[in-house]
Design a protein around this ligand. Structure first.
Ligand code: ADP
Length: 342
């Protein structure tokens, strides 16, 4: 697919303060980030970090207190009235609680944005059926939304968000109310929308599992600020901020019980991360036969991170100081990350 020309989102030093009767809340403080057209960008943070506020600025549901949110060259915060509504049509949004009309037929839920735009009933319903087919719910068009499972409801929510053929899809904790299997299916659907239509997808979530399967890039937020951003793989391999490490640990549990660390302690207790081809190399036997150290393998696991395989090993390497140093140099050259376990 060629690079889509539309769907770029740029946050330029954006702050948002909510003015309250008792006190003001600084929901966002100097946020700058750029979402390239046709990419899937994840924003992760704990509750209250400012994620919903950030995403709501993109479709003009909130306006920045200072700074600019620029979507395809248009400063969304400066728009009002008809110009704002026109810009909003370029953006679809999905929610944790689906926000469907439960007693209305699925087809009419999906057709609703078009009906509000003044599209005739027949044309709006025909388009709704087309999108429902795409999300795999064609046969449920005549059911009431309230009759569907959570996963099916979110598919309807996605169909409704896509019905105007938006360049950007905003996802506010869209999988947080779903079980892991259904979450996986919704993630796959979002990826297929991105692949087939080149739709830019901005996802906010508190689940690192969602980031690892869905996003190409990630920003980590805490207390209204972006504390770290980068590609998802790089963020998993070399997290910098403590909060990023905490999120990464939910996917790749780091380490071994502290009692074992204290028992084995000292030099040569290392945690390794290996990527793709590195996971299949005969690392341990090369260390033993090539350098002459002995190895105590304490832990090993493997996970998939956005089309990459990431392996983790925790080893205790024993030998002369020279051998241990040589083993360290060898590993530095052969794996993505080596760190001492303390
Ligand atoms: P998150 O989505 O990461 O949970 P939010 O963006 O919802 O975070 O909230 C960030 C902060 O802004 C919180 O302290 C929240 O209470 C506050 N906030 C969000 N929306 C409003 C609002 N409409 N009025 C006042 N405070 C708000």
């Amino acid at each position: 697919m060629s690079t889509p020309a539309e769907g770029r989102i740029v946050f330029e030093d954006v702050s948002k303060t909510f003015t309250g009767r008792a006190a003001d809340t600084a929901a966002l403080r100097g946020v700058s980030l750029e979402v390239a057209p046709g990419t899937i960008y994840g924003v992760i943070g704990y509750s209250g970090a400012g994620k919903s506020t950030l995403i709501r600025l993109v479709n003009g549901l909130e306006h920045p207190t200072s700074g600019r949110v620029v979507v395809d060259g248009i400063d969304v915060g400066s728009l009002q009235g008809a110009r704002l509504r026109t810009a909003q049509k370029r953006t679809g949004m999905i929610f944790q609680q689906f926000n469907l009309l439960e007693t209305v037929k699925v087809r009419d839920n999906v057709a609703l944005p078009l009906r509000l735009d003044g599209v005739g009933k027949t044309a709006a319903r025909a388009r709704a059926d087309e999108v429902l087919e795409f999300v795999g719910l064609g046969e449920k068009a005549d059911n009431h939304a309230g009759e569907l499972s959570g996963g099916q409801k979110q598919r309807v929510g996605i169909a409704r968000a896509l019905v105007r053929n938006p360049k950007i899809l905003l996802s506010d904790e869209a999988t947080s109310a779903l079980d892991p299997t259904t979450t996986g299916q919704i993630i796959e659907l979002l990826r297929s929308i991105n692949r087939e239509y080149g739709t830019t997808i901005l996802v906010v979530t508190h689940e690192m599992d969602v980031i690892k399967d869905l996003a190409e890039e990630v920003a980590v937020m805490a207390a209204g600020e972006v504390v770290e951003q980068g590609t998802v793989l790089e963020t998993f391999l070399h997290p910098k901020a403590d909060i990023t490490r905490d999120f990464v640990t939910t996917v790749i549990p780091q380490g071994i019980p502290q009692r074992v660390v204290e028992h084995l302690g000292g030099d040569g207790l290392w945690r390794l991360l290996l990527v793709d081809d590195q996971v299949t190399q005969p690392l341990v036997s090369d260390l033993i036969t090539g350098i002459g150290v002995s190895i105590n393998m304490l832990h090993a696991d493997m996970t998939e991170i956005r089309d990459h395989t990431v392996g983790q090993m925790i080893l205790k390497v024993t030998g002369t100081p020279e051998q241990v140093a040589a083993a360290h140099a060898f590993l530095e050259a052969r794996v993505a990350h080596v760190e001492e376990v303390v």
